[in-house]
Design a protein around this ligand. Structure first.
Ligand code: NI
Ligand code: MN
Length: 228
């Protein structure tokens, strides 16, 4: 599995010849270098309905005839907005796709999309486990710390965990350190920080605190890839 950080919580993922994008917030993302019109992908995974996660999903899905995989409410919203290729799932459910297995997990957060026409409730927020080619990636979505992360770590051998450290809307550094201890991933990568001033955090502080606990973490700058 090969992942590339596209800024905020957006990652492009390659599993064999399958190309996925998670939470494609590119337009309006001050740190993103990838343009939505340049995205080439087969699957789009969306963790929740906030604009900085659903992002450019609809346009990218239409450009690529890519399949959106998300909760039932987000899928219905996508279909109402002209997306043909979409697969609804929900928390606790797993499904086998050609690239591997997707399982959605809980996340403690919101999932309402703010639009010109008002607020659209889009179900519950989620995290996601993606297993392909014998490797497992966990993207927690936006969430506060929760004890069930221990269970997620117990029931899955996570190779790479992507955790928010930006604080304010999600876990901050110290809670994300505790999350990493619960999940026992081989490698943890921070996300959802330094996109906006409100989310400014020192990722090296996070890496250092994990190292003290014997846990490995890597910082990915925008455009950096990590293979596992
Ligand atoms: Ni959010
Ligand atoms: Mn967010």
């Amino acid at each position: 599995m090969n992942i590339t950080f596209q800024g905020h919580s957006c990652f492009t993922v390659e599993i064999g010849s399958n190309r996925l994008i998670i939470d494609p917030f590119l337009n309006g993302n001050p740190v993103a270098e990838l343009k939505p019109e340049d995205v080439e992908c087969d699957y789009i995974i969306i963790t929740h309905g906030h604009g900085d996660h659903i992002g450019d999903s609809i346009a990218i899905a239409k450009n690529n005839d890519a399949m959106i995989v998300s909760n039932y409410e987000i899928i219905t919203y996508a279909q109402q907005n002209g997306v043909k290729n979409a697969h609804p799932m929900h928390i606790g459910g797993a499904h086998e796709f050609p690239f591997g297995r997707v399982k959605f997990t809980i996340a403690h957060h919101g999932s309402t999309l703010t639009t010109d026409k008002g607020m659209i409730p889009l179900g519950n927020p989620m995290g996601v486990l993606i297993t392909g080619n014998g490797k497992t990636l966990y993207h927690s979505g936006d969430t506060g710390l929760f004890l069930d992360m221990q269970l997620i770590g117990e029931m899955n051998r996570i190779d790479t965990a992507l955790l928010p450290i930006g604080d304010n809307f999600t876990m901050g550094v110290d809670d994300a350190v505790k999350a990493a201890e619960f999940l026992k991933a081989k490698v943890t990568i921070p996300m959802h920080y330094n996109t906006f001033d409100l989310l400014n955090q020192n990722a090296n502080d996070f890496i250092g605190k994990l190292a003290k606990k014997g846990l490995e973490a890597h910082i990915l700058n925008v455009g950096d890839s990590y293979e596992f």
